[in-house]
Design a protein around this ligand. Structure first.
Ligand code: PMP
Ligand code: GLN
Length: 385
């Protein structure tokens, strides 16, 4: 096909293919064990698959209502009230989305105007900044404390000014596995008091927290919740990242704006899966047991690396573990991750890609949502280094 370069004046000139696509492709090309892109190495529940089939056979195969099927919105409202004692009206305050990525993009597109500042906490999930840029907003980056990956609120406060439109948070945090505490939320409450700042809270790992920690959803804090859109994803909770269904919660005025964009981005999402999830959500154990399930995986993975030259960083939640390779190599993390994939057959994600400056790092992110045998085989290859 002939190319006409004059046709393209990129809206995202510095953006490259997402690291998740790059590393998964590299892993496949080199038959490496793929601990890079975050997805479970095991299947979702047969019961849930059965429910999808049931609803397909019940002919629930046409467009769902624009904000989502009422049964699912009601089930989400019940879950949110049960977990966080927060009340969201399914009619006006909950929208079902095609995964968290779409919810985040929709929220940013709906609320950020030309010149608005959006505070993004780094390291940051890769979809945030491009969405802000496409909306004409200005990304203002705040760095988590190296080592602990916590927020220094005194420093954070310095970034807030009358142009600040949005603060984008993610807890539990991808890629570091850190989690915000109740004290963090109280600080945020103070900081945003008497402002028009919207909080966009990415809580896709809300059901994966370790060592008895409780998820500090923004929904638990009424003063924050009234200025927040909260995003979650069923893919992380039910081991079906490929289904791409998530949802967004928020007060009616913010949700009305969210829906204005949602309706033209996707209109509505997969109908039979929504009915199936509505039924499956009644089984509270399925999400309540997830933390214990993944804590065992985290501990198993960490035991395998004890005594190796990789330094294990604390992981309080998510299904990611950071390992520091400074004692093994002084290569750039991007080069080291490539080398591990091609030569040692284990793929991971270099952490520098989560910083806008691609700041050099000696950290790699490994996804431990895999069968123990696969984790064992990965460790066998890596602990020799
Ligand atoms: N936010 C974070 C922090 C994530 O880790 C992910 C996916 N791993 C998403 C959003 C996107 O979720 P989804 O696949 O539901 O679009
Ligand atoms: N969120 C997943 C991760 O962090 C990947 C999702 C994607 O591939 N876009 O690895």
């Amino acid at each position: 096909m002939p190319k006409f370069p004059s046709l393209v004046s990129s809206k995202l000139p510095t953006v490259q293919t997402s690291i998740f696509a790059v590393m998964s492709k590299l892993a496949a090309e080199h038959q490496a064990i793929n601990l890079s892109q975050g997805f479970p190495g095991f299947d979702c529940s047969p019961e849930l698959i059965g429910l999808v089939e049931k609803h397909m056979r019940l002919a629930r195969n046409q467009y769902a209502p624009m904000p989502g099927v009422p049964e699912l919105r009601e089930a989400i409202a019940e879950k949110t009230e049960f977990l966080y004692t927060a009340q969201y009206n399914p009619e006006t305050e909950i929208t079902v989305t095609a995964g968290a990525t779409q919810a985040l993009f929709t929220a940013i597109t709906a609320l950020v105007k030309e010149g608005d500042e959006v505070i993004i906490v780094e390291p940051a999930y890769d979809s945030y900044a491009p969405a802000v840029e496409l909306a004409g907003g200005k990304c203002v980056f705040f760095q988590l404390q190296p080592g602990t990956f916590s927020i220094n609120w005194a420093e954070f406060q310095k970034l807030i000014n009358p142009r600040t439109r949005m603060i984008l948070l993610n807890t539990p945090h991808n890629p570091t596995g850190s989690a915000l505490s109740a004290a963090d939320m109280q600080k945020l409450e103070k900081l945003t008091h008497n402002t028009d700042i919207v909080i966009l809270s990415d809580e896709v790992y809300e059901h994966i927290l370790f060592d008895g920690l409780e998820h500090q959803s923004v929904a638990r804090y009424p003063k924050l919740a009234q200025r927040a859109l909260i995003v979650s994803s069923f893919g992380k909770t039910y081991h079906n990242t490929g289904w791409k269904i998530g949802y967004c919660l928020g007060p009616e005025n913010l949700m009305a704006e969210f829906r204005k964009v949602h309706q033209f981005l996707v209109f509505s999402v997969n109908t039979p899966i929504q009915f199936a999830l509505a039924e499956y959500l009644r089984n509270r154990d399925a999400y309540l047991e997830l933390s214990a399930f993944y804590q065992e995986k985290r501990d198993f993975f960490n035991r395998l690396f004890k005594g190796s030259r990789f330094q294990i960083k604390p992981s309080q939640g998510t299904y990611f573990q950071l390992l520091d390779f400074a004692a093994i190599s002084n290569e750039r993390d991007v080069d080291f991750a490539r080398k591990l994939t091609i030569e040692h057959k284990v793929a991971s994600i270099p952490v520098s890609v989560f910083y806008h400056k691609k700041t050099a790092s000696s950290l790699l992110r490994f996804c431990f949502a895999k069968n123990n045998e696969e984790l064992e085989r990965s460790a066998e290859k890596l602990i020799q280094l």
